[in-house]
Design a protein around this ligand. Sequence first.
Ligand code: PRX
Length: 621
Amino acid sequence: MSTSTMLSVENHDYWTSVANTFVWKKKWTTLQSGNFDEVNVEWFKGAKLNITENCLDRHLEKRRHKKALIFEPNNPSEAAQFFTYGELHISVCRFANLLKKKGVQKGDVVCFYMGMTPELMIGILACARIGAIHTVVFGGFSPQSLKGRLIDSNAKIIITHDGAFRGDKVTPLKSMVDEAITDLAKIETVLVVKRTLNEVTMKEGRDYFYDVLIKDCELYCPIVEVDAEDPLFILYTSGSTGNPKGLVHTTAGYMVHVANSFKDVFQTKETDIFWCTADIGWITGHSYLTYGPLLNGATTVMYEGIPTHPTPARFWETIEKHKISHLYTAPTAIRALESYGSDIPGRFSLKSLKVLGSVGEPINEEAWQWYHKYVGKERCPIVDTWWQTETGGILISPIAGITKTIPSYATLPLKGVEPVLVNEKGIEQTEMVSEGHLCIKTPWPGLARTIYGDHERYKQTYFSTYKGLYFTGDGAKRESNGYYRITGRVDDVINVSGHRIGTAEVEDAINAHDLIIESAVVGYPHPIKGQGIYAFVICMDHSHTQEEIEKQIKDSVQKIIGPIAKPDLIQVVAGLPKTRSGKIMRRILRKIVENDIANIGDTSTLLNPECVEKIIKDKKI
Ligand code: PRX
């Protein structure tokens, strides 16, 4: 018997009317098919389209001279760059022609490992124009991580920068690519976009400078028609176990969901300027810096640097400079900027601001209030948007200016989205006021369709915990008015500064070091990052100082994953609490680092209960 719920007639009609607002080369024959039992969801089957026609070409008649993209460089004294819709269209066409010259065809995977400059956005759109699949790897990941993604995605071409500016640092991306691909013969082409002008080594016949090749590329490139369910991109994200998963988003469903949620949630008007501060290496940068705004003909702002460079006033300065109306950022950035003092935003005119957005992690009440008072001057609604890499776009959020907001509540599901809360036995909590694991009951268009090359893992991860439901991995509460409050991950994923990190991945990176016998990693409450990474480690011998061990472990994690996964706190222990079957009891460690010792529970059934007291005594917080 099927446990999956079908799309209601109302939702069917709703998505049909939304989809009718786009340009299709051929309309769909079936709006939605498949279900969460068989895990074979599809949308708009039979349709043909190209997403860049919807992002660019269709705006040319009315918006050719309207700004599509504003690029704010890392260094404030470098001039900002502006691209009208007409100019962006040409840039994308030329880049697409360049990709074609390099042999890229429909269905090929193109990897991007770049800093935040317009070429990154132009490049991914160029892929979409010719039906190639983009996979962007965040520049903060190590060469080893990049290599893993290149192998998994079967990319044959990689596009990078000579180096990337971030604050006062230059990340030597090209040499990191060289390191990643030394023994990866299948990488046929490396395209290097010049940015920092640091010295790079170019391998003849494989490596090319973008600026040299682009000169000869034609200004127009016709679109390649793709099927609704053809992949648009792969994006890697961490889970509780195993290697990062390459989530596959397909073209039509993603387009419809992202465009519609952007329009609904942010309520932008024709002259508004939208700034999403996320890096394109993350899903937020795909959906609400690139596709969402462009599909709606909006002006999107891309910032190369970090919030505190050269001073903690940079965000506010940028808002004043570009007359930004919508700011969409992460709670971690808000808390970091708050820590420099409330008077700083007050020195700038933020009167252009209309709507503030939050994404990536639960926003604590204090940060919400500060954002509301000192940035929004108590007149801008805050939309606390809940979603995930897997969901493609926002699922639960206030509608700006319409939904009454309450600090730290993502409030209500968007139209067409049906969340449910289930208890640990998988029973749906039908009482309005309840708490449980957050699941989604019926398909929505933006759902990632699979994990690249591993559909079984996709089924296991998202659809096997609760039959017939998509399981998000998050816990949530629901109030009498139907408002949802997301309480955080209920699995072994931690959220550090809005970045999703799998504890198992960090443990593997720590254990790879010769010095370490075993480790256990948990998240702990961190005042700025939301969660910090706390590692408990058992060392091979006792001849090393704490400082030496910390350095070795941090270096190892940085090398294997990248700087974002470096543990904040490291405690050397003699033993880790384990069940009789040898499983590490992370739950106990979590209670310890949360200073919730009273709720550790019964430890007498552990294999080694004596280690718990010692761990508590020596804990670092
Ligand atoms: O735990 C939730 C948290 O971020 C996770 C998704 O991370 P990622 O796939 O990297 O996507 C981040 C950008 C959408 C979720 O499972 N999360 C995201 N937004 C919120 C949130 N937690 C609470 N409130 C939010 N608004």
